[in-house]
Write a protein that binds this ligand. Structure first.
Ligand code: OAD
Length: 257
């Protein structure tokens, strides 16, 4: 594994050759995960939850089986998360990626996040591998449904609305464990990994497939792979790991490009 570079106090230790790679990259794929929204106050997937949801494991709530067993509990958990996202603002990491995208015509963002903070920061054509909190659909007939008004209290349990067409229950428009990813999003992300020359991996533990395979696909065809995260990944097979918060590293990197 290449030695991680400690960037918590700034980018002084960054090798010039890495900056050259970043400057010269023609086609850039940025894969983001929950860590990129952490500085906006959105809990990462594997952090402990608080309040009403503290005793639930998110992985146990994010399944079709959990929804069938207790639709009110699962729907309410996602509505709590949607309220959190709507109250949050994009942070300097989202904004730096949006700025970079504007400066660099061939940068595409692929996210595992179900929030819309990349879009609200100004990024365009974001590929959402795991769906969106803001696009519910019918559990029975899959018809897209309007998101309802949020409950007054985050601690409140609410029943999912009913589909006006078939009477089925609304479900969140996210990908649950055991479900296939949206085919078009996955195909686009894969095609980008197969042709990019720089792949930036930001704020993801890389534990969930198939998203976790994208950096490997990029590297195999010769792309430079750079990971940005406060925690080193022991099994990282890319070129560079920059240790630190995305909200600090990304704007500082952009300044040097
Ligand atoms: P995780 O919660 O697994 O990982 C978040 C990563 O962000 C960790 O590696 C943290 O160290 C890192 N992190 C925390 N703060 C950060 C900061 N300020 N800057 C940069 N990185 C930071 O979240 P994901 O990898 O996104 O899927 O999880 C992937 C998928 O697992 C989720 O999309 C979700 C879940 O199962 C589904 O719901 C299908």
């Amino acid at each position: 594994m290449p030695n991680p570079i400690d960037c918590r106090d700034g980018l002084a230790a960054l090798p010039p050759v890495l900056l050259e790679h970043l400057r010269q990259a023609d086609e850039v794929l940025v894969l983001t995960g929950a860590g990129v929204s952490a500085e906006s106050g959105i809990a990462t997937f594997r952090e402990a939850l608080n309040g009403l949801w503290a005793r639930f494991d998110p992985a146990q709530l994010a399944t079709a089986e959990a929804f069938v067993e207790d639709p009110v509990r699962v729907w309410s958990w996602y509505e709590w998360r949607r309220a959190q996202v709507l109250a949050a603002q994009p942070n300097p990491a989202h904004r730096a990626l949006a700025d970079w995208g504007r400066q660099h015509g061939r940068l595409r963002l692929v996210t595992q996040n179900v929030d819309d903070l990349h879009e609200r920061a100004g990024s365009r054509e974001v590929i959402h591998l795991h769906g969106s909190l803001h696009a519910p659909r019918c559990f029975a007939c899959a018809r897209p449904l309007a998101a309802p008004a949020l409950p007054e209290s985050a601690e409140q349990l609410v029943a999912p609305p009913l589909c006006p067409a078939c009477g089925g229950l609304a479900r969140p428009g996210v990908v649950w464990f055991g479900e296939a990813l949206p085919a078009e999003a996955l195909a686009s992300a894969w095609a980008l990994a197969e042709r990019c020359d720089l792949c930036l991996v930001v704020g993801t533990s890389g534990l969930v497939q198939p998203a976790a395979s994208l950096p490997g696909v990029a590297r195999q065809q010769g792309a430079t792979v750079v990971r940005i995260d406060p925690q080193p990944a022991a099994d990282f097979k890319g070129d560079w790991q920059l240790l630190g918060a995305a909200g600090m590293i990304l704007p500082a990197l952009l300044e040097r490009l």
